[in-house]
Write a protein that binds this ligand. Structure first.
Ligand code: GDP
Ligand code: MN
Length: 398
């Protein structure tokens, strides 16, 4: 799960990470109120969307104008810029061409920036450890730095038992070229950030840029946090920060029915039980020249209700020109699945070709139910047959 920059800063501040003062605003008037409270002389008006690259982004309402992060010098300017950003669509490198509507702003005190650095922590799958990444190239995307100048990134894999120690934090400070009191400030920052990462079950904490101010302070000018969804049950306060406006509506609906759904760009909808089988199904669709419209794992104990919900979600995608149901009845029985498929197909008045491949417990009974339903369901004998049939049917129907 992702959260907004201002939420990440509020969480990190609780652990002692240094962040500028600021407040969230949903209207231009609220933005002006927050700015008055901050007192100036410099304010930063920041669009809150779940995507980076906001500073260099552009609004569709004003393509030649300023970006999604603006430094201004009066409360009136805060208000005018807030009005120009709220309710408007911001397109950045990370939003895709459609962009994201800005619905919240974060109004912050301006910082006296001397240097912009990079500091990130993430779970590295290769080493199975939380890995600290630090670079002097702040403000740039770390992927770019890694590609062009890998030598400019310090990477430290942290032992999960010992945790991040002061000596790790000092190595970060020296790699960033810090001196004098900046070193102590950086050590405190890195230790606090790691504590927050572990305590909140984060998967990513990225501070880009981390800045050194004219006074020698080390502060988070930007903050991004992602969390491990499987640990959210033990962080109710974090789970509450979820902003569904920023998520795909079909994926939200799928989550409500405990379906694992990821929308893709193809036209063949897939309904499968088990993540591995779902991957194999997508592969074989591609092998026969088709493109999957989604990944969908209905799980092991799919009920008729869940199968119906899955059908509705697949069909809500306008690109879907056919559906392949591929179910292996192990714990589940094929006759129950067949009843679910038939009921769902009736309820949603199915208008695209449907190919069903069942295998496992009670498969004959399942096939009989499909055949006797009177619905135009194409039955398949194995995975290859199913993929071939659905690709052909979708081409013919198009
Ligand atoms: P992003 O573009 O979505 O990553 O948003 P950031 O929060 O990183 O802001 C983009 C850039 O705006 C930063 O790299 C800074 O150069 C600039 N910026 C942000 N806050 C301030 C500030 O308080 N003062 C000044 N002068 N620049 C800022
Ligand atoms: Mn940034």
């Amino acid at each position: 799960m992702n959260i907004h920059e201002y939420q990440a800063k509020q969480l990190l501040a609780k652990f002692g990470v240094a962040v500028p003062r600021g407040g969230v605003a949903y209207t231009p008037d609220e933005a002006a109120e927050v700015a008055k409270g901050l007192g100036g002389p410099v304010y930063v008006v920041k669009s809150q969307i779940h995507a980076g690259g906001r500073g260099a982004g552009r609004f569709t309402s004003d393509p030649d104008g300023k970006g999604g992060v603006r430094v201004v010098k009066s409360v009136d300017d805060v208000k005018t810029n807030a009005a120009a950003m709220l309710g408007h669509t911001l397109v950045t490198k990370q939003t895709g061409p459609a962009g994201k509507e800005v619905k919240r702003l974060y109004i912050e005190e301006g910082a006296d920036i001397k240097r912009e650095l990079y500091l990130g922590m993430l779970i590295d799958r290769a080493s199975s450890r939380v890995t600290v990444m630090a670079s002097t190239e702040g403000g740039m995307e770390i992927e770019e730095v890694a590609h062009d100048h890998p030598e400019k990134i310090l990477k430290l894999a942290i032992d999960p038992v010992a945790g991040l120690q002061a000596h790790h934090a000092r190595r970060v400070a020296f790699a960033l070229g810090l001196e004098g009191k900046q070193v102590g400030a950086c050590v405190k920052f890195v230790l606090a950030m790691y504590e927050a990462f572990i305590a909140l079950d984060a998967s990513i904490v990225e501070i880009n840029p981390l800045v050194i101010t004219g006074a020698g302070d080390v502060i988070a000018l930007d903050a991004k946090m992602n969390f491990d969804d499987n640990a959210l049950f033990r962080h109710k306060d974090v789970a509450e920060l979820r902003d569904e406006d920023e998520e795909d509506p079909l994926e939200i609906e799928a989550g409500r029915h405990e379906l694992n759904y990821v929308k893709l760009d193809g036209n063949i909808g897939c309904m499968v039980n088990g993540a591995g089988l779902a991957m194999a199904t997508m592969d074989i669709i591609k092998l026969y020249g088709g493109e999957p419209a989604n990944f969908l794992d209905v799980g092991g104990g799919a009920t008729k209700e869940r199968v119906t919900a899955a059908f509705k979600i697949i069909l809500a995608d306008k690109n879907v020109g056919g559906i392949l149901v591929n179910i292996f009845g192990g714990i589940m029985r094929c006759d129950v699945i067949a009843e679910g498929v038939v009921a769902a197909a009736r309820e949603v008045s199915l208008h695209v070709p449907l190919v069903v491949r069942l295998e496992g417990t009670n498969v004959d009974l399942g096939k009989k139910i499909l055949a006797e339903s009177g619905l135009p369901i194409l039955s398949a004998n194995n995975l290859a047959d199913a993929a071939e049939k659905v690709v052909k049917a979708v081409k013919e129907a198009a």
